[in-house]
Design a protein. Structure first.
Length: 123
């Protein structure tokens, strides 16, 4: 069996090759860390609600108001009370003529007040 010059080169190359090494591409990692989409994914529900109350659409504002009791009942509850309550109040002042937002806030506030375990959490 006669081997041509190509076969000899391949055998030598495969002997000299080092196994592939996994290296971290730090530049790529830094770019990913600055990615606004990734930043949005990593936001806490509280941070997202605050952003929506400030700059969101009507649906986003309604959703943020609806999630107020749920966020209040998490480990971020104290922070939520200090940040989100004023944000909702500000949103309602800005959106004076939006009855949907005002009605939703009234329903949510009533549900919070009637939730004894939630009220006890902040006494």
């Amino acid at each position: 069996h006669d081997q041509g010059p190509m076969d000899d080169d391949e055998d030598e190359d495969s002997k000299d090759r080092e196994p592939p090494v996994m290296k971290l591409d730090f530049e790529k990692l830094f770019k990913m860390a600055e990615d606004p989409d990734l930043e949005e994914l990593l936001r806490s529900p509280l941070d997202q609600a605050l952003i929506n109350l400030e700059d969101g659409t009507e649906v986003q504002k309604l959703t943020s108001i609806r999630t107020f009791p749920d966020i209040l009942d998490t480990s971020d509850g104290e922070k939520c009370l200090l940040k989100m309550l004023p944000a909702i109040q500000k949103c309602l002042k800005v959106e004076k003529s939006n009855l949907d937002l005002h009605c939703e806030a009234a329903v949510v506030y009533k549900s919070i007040i009637q939730n004894e375990s939630l009220v006890k959490k902040f006494q």
